[in-house]
Write a protein that binds this ligand. Structure first.
Ligand SMILES: [Zn+2]
Length: 114
């Protein structure tokens, strides 16, 4: 008797999303877990925890493609916005830095090709 093997839905990712990295299908469950675990905004300003419980969102601490609970934390809307903007700025800067470093040496325009 042959049974068709069902693919594990936890390993499937959403398609057609406009996000830069796809979220796992159990993303909403992870959000709930993180918000329940952290309970308040984890943002630190000079060692002071924000601690806000208003409009909490889930932030990726390090790698934005790593959706492991250890890489996720709760942030209030304001701090998440601040954080996301900083990540975008850093990403754009990294893009240009990498490009200029990788740019091949162009031959001198005065050189005559043989
Ligand atoms: Zn906050």
């Amino acid at each position: 008797m042959a049974r068709r093997v069902q693919s594990n839905p936890r390993n499937r990712v959403e398609s057609g999303s406009r996000r830069s990295s796809p979220r796992p299908v159990d993303w909403p469950a992870r959000v709930q877990l993180v918000l329940k675990r952290d309970g308040s905004c984890r943002w630190l300003t000079d060692g002071q925890l924000c601690g806000s419980v208003e409009r909490l969102e889930v932030d990726h601490i390090d790698d934005p493609t790593d959706h492991d609970l250890s890489n996720l934390r709760a942030l209030c809307h304001e701090h998440h916005k601040l954080r996301t903007q900083a990540q975008i700025t850093a990403g754009v800067r990294a893009y240009y830095t990498t490009r200029s470093r990788k740019r091949p040496d162009e031959p001198h325009p005065g050189l005559i090709k043989k």
